[in-house]
Write a protein that binds this ligand. Sequence first.
Ligand code: ADP
Length: 251
Amino acid sequence: MIEGSVLGMVDGVHTFFKDGLRLDGRKKDELRPIKIKAGVLKRADGSCYLEHGGNKIMAAVYGPREVHPRHLQHPTRAIVRYRYNMASFSVDERKRPGPDRRSVEISKISREAMESVVLKEQFPKTVVDVFIEVLQSDAGTRAAGINAAAVAMADAGIPMKGLVTACAAGKIGGEVVLDLCKEEDNYGEADMPIAIVPRTGEITMIQMDGHMTFDEFREGLELALKGCRQIYELQREALIERYKSGVEGEE
Ligand code: ADP
């Protein structure tokens, strides 16, 4: 066992499985535990708090609202802005605050994953601002951020053709598995996050870090799609729960 780690080591090679299970006790096709709560911030138009394994994410959505600076306005449709940020206390060693290459990339691909579902032509000249704050990170934060963003956007009442749902598959110790935790991500061979619109089946994000054969890619895609379908149900439940308590609260 590597000190402070769930991974084993045999002859200098990491071992990721024990008795057919991953070292955190999960099966190959099992997600980490997920909790989603919609409508947690009073001052945002829509919000969501999401836990996925060791990830803790807050999403806040504002809009549709006036665009500043105004030259970014689009005359016939809304624009979507997405800022992914990792808090300096979200990782083991303090992360330098502020944007970096990684957060700029994640913000861009996450915006692209979300914006195709927004019915932008319905509110021209406006902006939908999405803020993702990673409070604690444990691999898979871009997918967790997208899942939280989708719930927060629905909570804000943004007209959309469906929710967006994301999760990753990867390869560890030569096996294709669902939803890598941090150590699997660090020491594994590949990580492939995807985002889909479950209502339409459209894939809005697909990335690959590492190497997989074409067959492994297909297997990973199947697994990730299966994971997304499970997360989609949790997103829906969180919104139904929010709607119920909203109605009760107003009585
Ligand atoms: P994702 O979180 O979407 O899987 P990455 O694969 O880039 O994105 O990162 C994997 C994990 O590595 C993150 O969830 C986080 O736990 C850790 N990590 C990323 N950047 C840093 C950093 N600057 N310092 C420490 N840990 C980091």
